[in-house]
Write a protein that binds this ligand. Structure first.
Ligand code: ADP
Ligand code: GLC
Length: 482
């Protein structure tokens, strides 16, 4: 089965969050399950630079008249066949894929990402005479117009199934309505049954309304987004499509996240031979100027510093964490107020708190390897990957019971310890008090060394690889095509 995966980011070439991890791992997992996957990506500099054996497939005129080239080749770092849209005027810019160096959204993001969906639909309609996908699977608002273009496109009678995956409903790609006229879609698409959202143009709605099937990245989030509390204004539409909406839990790329083979950490370890973890902890404490103490719980936080991630709760319990003798390592970038608040705490307690502002893949690996507990207190979390990386590296996750966190972490309550399902710490109310109580549970378990080791070993041995999720996606594709 030929499958085209469409996304704005892909690990290891371009990553601002978990979307890239999934976009990099899913094609490989699907290929291993018998699919023939190609990816379509915007021509951001690192992506073009990685494209090998490439040639220009064709030149195209976008609906708004811009001339672009479509290149095809193989992404050298992943070994995946790829189409890349070569449009330097749109993609060759400083900053993130979405924002300029001053963190302002690019003024023409509607065009930059409409092009991605438009080219995906052209490929689905036979643009490459040697390769035509049976399924087009697009990810997040950046690729969401794919389904709308397909719905109105000349598929020449051939069935092309469209799947749209929501990685985060909070980022919707909403633009002024005037931009609708650039897109080349029929006017009927700008209605409540289409792309119109409270008078604005919504890319997210294009995916939710026109895709044959919607998935999101955990079963619990699939239910949550159908409620007014978590539906971001789209819960009504999602409820109306409940039969075409499902949650497929993300997985871990075990070739990248494996402490037994990870070249970025100072000592290798695994569930059966965990000794190297203590070395990783001592090395990180030393490197960051924390007190080098083997027996104090070291908490880790690797996160975008945004409101979603529940970080004010962490700031609220930090005094207690320090007073108990614990330590915290933070790696993140995002809202200036959160960056400043964490930096101030590190400056006040340099032996107990280390904060690095920025994006650093290797440092993230070293944090999972060194820490005892991974904090993920998110207000909402579609899936969350860091709690799973915590499992793999023996850093037990402490999480808020929402979304994919609820689907992956089982609290160390006595009954869960007794039946050997516990693998972390979970709190319900989104309050500092609830987080503090979960932190105290973590502490209590940490002080029972052999029980801690048992839970940690079990957490590390969980199977979190892509087999299961890939099989679910393949079953979905088959069902849509049958
Ligand atoms: P989200 O996609 O909402 O940011 P996820 O938990 O799904 O949350 O994925 C976050 C990914 O980004 C993980 O791979 C995590 O390790 C990584 N990450 C987040 N912040 C940083 C950072 N500052 N430096 C390195 N990696 C980071
Ligand atoms: C989003 C979500 C996160 C999820 C990731 C990958 O960024 O915020 O919860 O793990 O996508 O699906």
């Amino acid at each position: 089965m030929k499958v085209l995966q469409v996304s704005a980011e892909i690990f290891p070439l371009l990553k601002t969050g978990g979307l890239a991890d999934i976009a990099g791992a899913l094609p490989i997992a699907l290929n291993a399950s018998g699919c023939a996957v190609r990816v379509l990506l915007p021509g951001f500099a690192p992506i073009l630079a990685d494209l090998q054996s490439d040639s220009v497939l064709t030149e195209l005129t976008a609906p708004w008249g811009e001339r672009v080239q479509l290149r095809q080749g193989v992404l050298g770092s992943l070994g995946i066949a790829a189409y890349v849209i070569d449009a330097p005027d749109l993609y060759a810019r400083a900053g993130t894929p979405y924002e300029d160096a001053q963190r302002q959204a690019h003024h023409d993001n509607h065009l930059r990402f409409a092009l991605l969906g438009w080219v995906a639909a052209q490929l689905a309609c036979g643009l490459d005479s040697h390769w035509r996908p049976a399924v087009v699977h697009s990810h997040d608002w950046h690729a969401a117009l794919t389904s709308a273009y397909l719905a109105f496109g000349p598929t020449q009678g051939r069935r092309v199934a469209s799947v749209y995956t929501v990685h985060n409903l909070a980022y919707q790609g909403v633009f002024a309505p005037i931009h609708f006229f650039d897109l080349g879609l029929p006017t009927q698409a700008f209605s409540v049954n289409g792309l119109e959202f409270h008078g604005q143009l919504s890319f997210m709605k294009a995916g939710l309304y026109y895709a044959d099937h919607i998935t999101t990245v955990s079963p619990t989030y699939a239910r949550e987004i159908q409620t007014p509390e978590q539906g971001c204004g789209l819960d009504g539409l999602l409820r109306s499509r409940a039969h075409e909406l499902s949650g497929i839990l993300n997985a871990v790329d075990e070739a990248v996240w494996n402490p037994a083979t990870d070249a970025t950490i100072p000592a290798a370890f695994d569930a059966k031979k965990p000794a190297g973890k203590a070395l990783c902890k001592a090395a990180l404490q030393q490197q960051l100027g924390l007190a080098v103490k083997p027996d104090v719980p070291l908490f880790g936080l690797v996160s975008r510093l945004t409101e979603q991630k529940g970080l004010y709760l962490v700031l609220a319990v930090l005094d207690e964490l320090i007073a108990r003798g614990g330590q915290l390592v933070v790696l993140g970038t995002g809202d200036a107020a959160l960056e400043d608040a964490f930096l101030a705490r590190a400056a006040a307690h340099p032996q107990a708190v280390s904060v690095r502002i920025g994006y650093d893949e290797a440092h993230a690996h070293r944090i999972f390897a060194a820490t005892d507990v991974t904090l993920v207190p998110s207000r909402f979390e579609p899936c969350g990957l860091t709690q799973m990386y915590g499992f793999k590296y023996g850093s037990l996750p402490l999480v808020h019971r929402v979304g994919g966190l609820a689907d992956t972490v089982v609290d160390c309550a006595l009954e869960n310890l007794a039946d050997e399902t516990a693998n972390g710490f979970v709190f319900d109310a989104f309050t500092p008090e609830a987080l503090a109580r979960a932190m105290r549970r973590a502490w209590a378990l940490y002080e029972r060394k052999s029980e801690w080791r048992n839970v940690r070993q079990r957490a590390m041995q969980q199977s979190l690889g892509w087999n299961k999720a890939a099989a679910q996606y393949v079953a979905l594709y088959h069902r849509l095509l049958s």
